[in-house]
Unconditional design. Structure first.
Length: 261
């Protein structure tokens, strides 16, 4: 791995400044270095305030400099040569991590991330890009193990585990599983089973929009707005009466030079 690093590109201050246009490494918040042939992270650890980092499609094997990136929240390391994720255990604010297409071969190599309390999304496999890790092949049930290892995860490999939409996703999976068993199972020669009555997928009223909730502050604002609107209408009525009286006084005035209303 060390030989591979030496053969590739090393991240330098000049490379970072040219890529971002920033004069100081501490000013870089977002960095995209995708497909640059990078093998060594060099001075990347000096970007102390970096929050979003894309290093996908390179030749990176060692992540040591990333340990100092305490503000990092999103990290994309897809399609690299990473086997050890140990330095990422220090990235306390990390929320999303993509390591699809690397060399992670066991669940033990992921235990260093269990201290990341804000980690919500973890990707080890990307079927669309045909990326995976050895772990995905040797342990097909790794997703269930990851869910137990990281209770705070909301998505594994891009599939939601909790939050809005996850219930419907799980429902579709259960339906597909039941249809699959129904198509391949059954007693030979027993003939087709009688059709069962169709049942709704969800409880009645599941899809009906919920009434909007108004806080006491909003309710008070509506009340005050109504009072102000009513007051404006009253002022408008009084103004109309005053104008009408003035017009009548002017029309009945005997002396055109008089200014008495």
């Amino acid at each position: 791995e060390e030989e591979e690093e030496e053969e590739g590109v090393r991240i330098t201050p000049q490379l970072l400044k040219a890529s971002t246009g920033e004069f100081a490494l501490e000013s870089i918040l977002l960095l995209r270095l995708r497909g640059r042939g990078i093998a060594h992270l060099g001075c990347l650890g000096d970007c102390a305030n970096l929050e979003w980092l894309d290093l996908s499609g390179n030749a990176i094997a060692q992540l040591g400099p990333l340990a100092s990136l305490k503000s990092l929240t999103v990290l994309n390391l897809a399609r690299n040569r990473v086997a050890s994720l140990e330095p990422l255990g220090s990235c306390q604010n990390l929320q999303s991590l993509n390591v699809a297409g690397n060399r992670v071969s066991s669940l033990q190599q992921l235990r260093c991330l269990t201290g990341l309390r804000r980690l919500e999304s973890l990707r080890l496999r990307d079927p669309l890009a045909r990326l995976a890790n050895p772990l995905c092949v040797t342990a097909p049930a790794y997703r269930a193990a990851l869910a137990d290892m990281f209770p705070g995860l909301k998505a594994i490999d891009g599939e939601r585990l909790s939050g809005r939409g996850s219930e419907f996703y799980q429902l579709c999976r259960d339906l597909d599983s039941s249809l699959g068993r129904g198509g391949s199972g059954g007693n030979a020669g027993a003939g087709p089973e009688a059709p069962r009555a169709a049942q709704p997928w969800v409880e009645a009223g599941f899809w009906e929009p919920r009434p909007p909730r108004r806080s006491s502050i909003v309710e008070e604002a509506y009340k005050q707005f109504g009072e102000v609107l009513q007051e404006c209408r009253e002022l408008s009525r009084r103004a109309d009466d005053t104008i009408a009286q003035a017009e009548r006084a002017l029309s009945s005035r005997p002396d055109p030079n008089s200014f008495v209303f």
